[in-house]
Every structure is written in structure tokens, then in C-alpha cells.
Design a protein around this ligand. Structure first.
Ligand code: CP
Length: 315
């Protein structure tokens, strides 16, 4: 069963993927997220979602996404329920659907769901009651739409809203990355001038994911004159044996060092969704250096998630 995330009137019902999301909807969410970022500390926002209940339903670990959704919901005045799969009745075999239906019966209006299986959140959305909204907080290798939203917000703040002249490099373990897939959809929708994708052959997808991108295994060539570098985490937990050699070899070929960063434009910015493998895909002096926007991304996660919750659950 499939479910449309945008209804016939163009309203967002769920937030499941950035693939196919109309540009107008994406830009409206980015503008709203920016307005929430501009209004940090504005306590009047706490009346926005009074009487609404949001449940964070995570079947995979998370620090940034779960925490920032909780903060976002609280800043808008919603009641927040944190569901811990490891101490719940899912450990007795209760399905995700029955878990959702049980919590719906208690009065939850919106679920923020992370799941290890591709398509799991869309499948749950198709089984939700009318009026219940689902947000995909990351499923398998497929989608992490609020990460894409916060990444685009961070890029807009650094480089302006016109992406047509931007050169952006996405580097590393693209094959296992829902962030890379999501950012690619968003960058295309926003009309990015050039998208370069770089990684070892074994970590590049072979399907249509990279259509329209400049693809290379040469990190130095990928960096040449780029305006933004989006580094990806090496996802060893999702990897079959042998896809990469040693971590030392990976760092030599695909680790972003301060020396390597000089190949990019002088005002290039560095992004990473986190959590980082420091000393593997990124060095400390880059992650913590003046060109890094990594903590700005984290801060923007709250504003981006406030925007999504407000659109889905607001009056
Ligand atoms: N970027 C991201 O999804 O981080 P978490 O796994 O900590 O939520």
C-alpha cells in the first residue's frame, strides 16, 4: 500500500521523502524553518501546538534527530512522548503497526519514526488513522527528509538561495547513505549548478541515484573549486565485509584533511550529518575548523523540524 505525502490541495499530510516533493513545498518549508531560526528564544511560539501530542518512535539509535525533534515539539508547545523500542512491548514481538495503533488510541497526533528497513515509515503511514501524521526520521538507505531540509537550510544560509551557480561535492559512503540520496533529491529540486559525487567504486550506488551527477573516485578532482563539501559517515554497521580496505587506506584516499580542503574554493563550507568517524572520513582540524558548518547543521535541525511539525500538526 502506498500513501501520498501531499494531498490534492497541495497540503503536506506526512513527511516521508524529498523525492518528488514539489519545489514550492520544499521552499516553503525552508522559509518557515528560517523564520523559526530567526525567532530563537521567542516563547510565544509555545502556543502553536498546544493540545497536540508528538511521539518519537525510534527503532534505531539516534542522538541528533530524536533530540532535536523533541526540542522542536516542546518549543511549539506540543506534548512529547519518547518511545524506547528496547524497553517496549516490541521486544515481546508487537509489530510497529500495532505499536503505532496503540499509541494513536492514547491520543498521539504525530509520529516521528526511524526504522532500519527501507520503506518502513511509508508503510506505517499507509496504515495510520486519517488525521495522524508521520514523519520519516530515517529509514534504511532510502530517505532522511528532515536531514535534507536542515542541510539545504544550512547551505542557503551560507551561500544564498540561488543554487544555480553552486558546485557541491558529496563524498564517501554514498551506497549506504539515506542522507546522500535525500540531499541529491533536494539539490536537484533547488537547481544546483553542479553536483559531484565521489567515493570508492564499492561504495557508489549502481542504480539511478547518481543520474545527472559528475561521478569520480578521485577525491582531489572532486574537490577542485567546489563551494560546499558534504562528507558522509562510513557506515560500517550496514556494510558487508570487504567493501573497503583498512581505515588507514580509506582516510588516505577519502579523508578530508586541511591540506585537501585547500583544493576547494577559498570560501568553501564543509558539512557532515554526524555522527562523525573522526580521523577516518574527516580530520579534527576540518571538523572543528572555520569552514565547518557541522554544528550549524545541528542547530538548524531544530528549526527545520519545527517547520515540519508546524505544517503537519498546526492549526
Ligand atoms: N544525522 C543523524 O541522523 O544523526 P543521528 O543518527 O544522531 O540522529
Amino acid at each position: 500500500m502506498t500513501v501520498a505525502q501531499v494531498d490534492a490541495q497541495g497540503r503536506l499530510r506526512h513527511f516521508l521523502t524529498l523525492e518528488g516533493l514539489p519545489r514550492t513545498v520544499l521552499v516553503r518549508l525552508l522559509d518557515l524553518a528560517q523564520s523559526f531560526d530567526d525567532r530563537r528564544g521567542d516563547t510565544s511560539l509555545r502556543s502553536t501546538l498546544v493540545g497536540r501530542t508528538v511521539c518519537t518512535l525510534f527503532f534505531e539509535p539516534s542522538t541528533r534527530t530524536r533530540s532535536s525533534f523533541q526540542i522542536a515539539a516542546q518549543r511549539l508547545g506540543a506534548d512529547v512522548l519518547t518511545f524506547d523500542a528496547s524497553t517496549s512491548s516490541t521486544s515481546k514481538g508487537e509489530t510497529a503497526r500495532d505499536t503505532m495503533r496503540t499509541l494513536e488510541a492514547m491520543g498521539v497526533h504525530g509520529f516521528v519514526v526511524r526504522h532500519k528497513e527501507d520503506g518502513a515509515v511509508a508503510a506505517l503511514a499507509a496504515q495510520a488513522r486519517p488525521g495522524t501524521a508521520l514523519v520519516n526520521a530515517g529509514d534504511g538507505r532510502i530517505a532522511h527528509p528532515t536531514q535534507g531540509l536542515l542541510d539545504m537550510l544550512t547551505l542557503r544560509q551560507a551561500k544564498g538561495t540561488d543554487f544555480s551557480k553552486l558546485k557541491v561535492a558529496i563524498v564517501g559512503d554514498v551506497k549506504h547513505s539515506r542522507v546522500a540520496r535525500t540531499d541529491l533529491h533536494a539539490l536537484r529540486t533547488l537547481g544546483t549548478g553542479e553536483i559531484r559525487v565521489c567515493g570508492p567504486q564499492s561504495l557508489l550506488p549502481t542504480d539511478a541515484t547518481l543520474e545527472g551527477c559528475t561521478v569520480t573516485q578521485d577525491f582531489d578532482a572532486a574537490l577542485d573549486g567546489v563551494d560546499a563539501i558534504m562528507m558522509l559517515r562510513l557506515q560500517r554497521e550496514r556494510m558487508e565485509e570487504g567493501l573497503v580496505g583498512s581505515l588507514t587506506d580509506y582516510h588516505r584516499d577519502y579523508g578530508l584533511t586541511a591540506t585537501r580542503l585547500r583544493r576547494a574554493a577559498p570560501d568553501a563550507v564543509v558539512l557532515h550529518p554526524g555522527p562523525m568517524n573522526r580521523g577516518v572520513e574527516i580530520d579534527d582540524d576540518v571538523a572543528d575548523g572555520p569552514q565547518s558548518l557541522i554544528l550549524r547543521q545541528v542547530a538548524n535541525g531544530v528549526a527545520a523540524r519545527m517547520a515540519v511539525l508546524e505544517v503537519l500538526l498546526g492549526a
